[in-house]
Design a protein around this ligand. Structure first.
Ligand code: HPA
Length: 234
C-alpha cells in the first residue's frame, strides 16, 4: 500500500537502496547506473527508481535534507516496503585538518545534536553506528578504486546555519559535519536492518576551501559507484 510520502505499491522497491539527499541525484543515478529503471515515487518531487545494477535489483531515492526528512522516508522504506540495506550518499563539510575536499568519508558512527535517541531512551547515550559488514565492503571497494577514503565519526547536525559548535568535535577526531547519518543508523538499530552513510567532502569548514561543480560531479560519481558496489557485495 502507498504511504503518505511514497506512492509505490508493495514489491516496487528493492530490498537494497541508495539514498542521496537530492532527488535529482536519484534520477541521475537511475539514468547513469541502473538498467530498466522504473520511477516509483514522485510525491513531493522525492523521486525514487528501481532498476538493475550488474543484474541485481536496486532502488535509489532522494531523502531531502536533515534528520526529520530522512527519518520519514527511511521509516517507511523499512517498515512498509521491507528494505534491508540502506546507504546514504551525500556531502559533508570537513572539520578536520587531515580530511580534505573531494575525500570520501565513510561514517563508522555519528554524533548528533538531534534528540532522536533521547526521545526513545532518555537514560542512555546510545552510540549511532553503521553496519560493520557494509562499512567493511565500502572501505575496501573505495580503496581498490584508489579513492582517498577515511573511516570514522561524523556529526549529524540539525542546523546548517548556526547551532552548537560542531567544529569543537574535530578535536575528538570527528571528521565532518552532515545532517542525516545518525538518524539512518538509529533506525537501522531500531528495526535491525543494515545502514551506512558515505559522504564526499564538499567544503572545508576550517580552511574555507570549496569544490567546484565539476569536481563535485566527478567525486559524486565515484561515491555512487562505491555505494552501488557495496549494496551488491556479499
Ligand atoms: N554542514 C552540514 N552539512 C553539510 C555541510 C556543512 O557544513 N557541508 C555539506 N553538508
Amino acid at each position: 500500500m502507498p504511504t503518505p510520502h511514497i506512492e509505490a505499491q508493495k514489491g516496487e522497491i528493492a530490498d537494497k537502496i541508495l539514498l542521496p539527499g537530492d532527488p535529482l541525484r536519484a534520477k541521475f543515478i537511475a539514468e547513469h547506473f541502473l538498467e530498466d529503471a522504473v520511477q516509483f515515487n514522485n510525491v513531493r518531487g522525492m523521486l525514487g527508481f528501481t532498476g538493475r545494477y550488474k543484474g541485481e535489483r536496486i532502488s535509489v531515492m532522494g531523502t531531502g535534507m536533515g534528520i526529520p526528512s530522512i527519518s520519514i522516508y527511511a521509516n517507511e522504506l523499512i517498515t512498509e516496503y521491507g528494505v534491508k540495506k540502506l546507504i546514504r550518499v551525500g556531502t559533508a563539510g570537513s572539520i578536520n585538518p587531515d580530511i580534505h575536499v573531494r575525500d570520501l568519508v565513510i561514517a563508522q558512527a555519528a554524533a548528533t545534536t538531534s534528540a532522536i535517541v533521547r526521545n526513545d531512551f532518555p537514560a542512555f547515550d546510545f552510540p549511532q553506528i553503521s553496519d560493520f559488514e557494509l562499512l567493511d565492503h565500502a572501505y575496501h571497494i573505495a580503496k581498490e578504486m584508489g579513492m582517498a577514503a577515511h573511516v570514522g565519526n561524523v556529526l549529524s547536525s540539525d542546523l546548517f546555519y548556526g547551532g552548537p559548535d560542531g567544529v569543537a568535535l574535530g578535536k575528538l577526531g570527528v571528521m565532518a559535519i552532515e545532517m542525516e547519518a545518525a538518524a539512518l543508523f538509529y533506525l537501522g538499530a531500531k528495526h535491525r536492518v543494515q545502514t551506512l552513510a558515505i559522504m564526499t567532502i564538499s567544503d572545508h569548514i576550517l580552511t574555507g576551501e570549496v569544490t567546484t561543480a565539476e569536481e563535485r560531479q566527478v567525486t559524486f560519481t565515484d561515491m555512487m559507484k562505491v555505494g552501488l558496489e557495496t549494496l551488491i557485495a556479499d
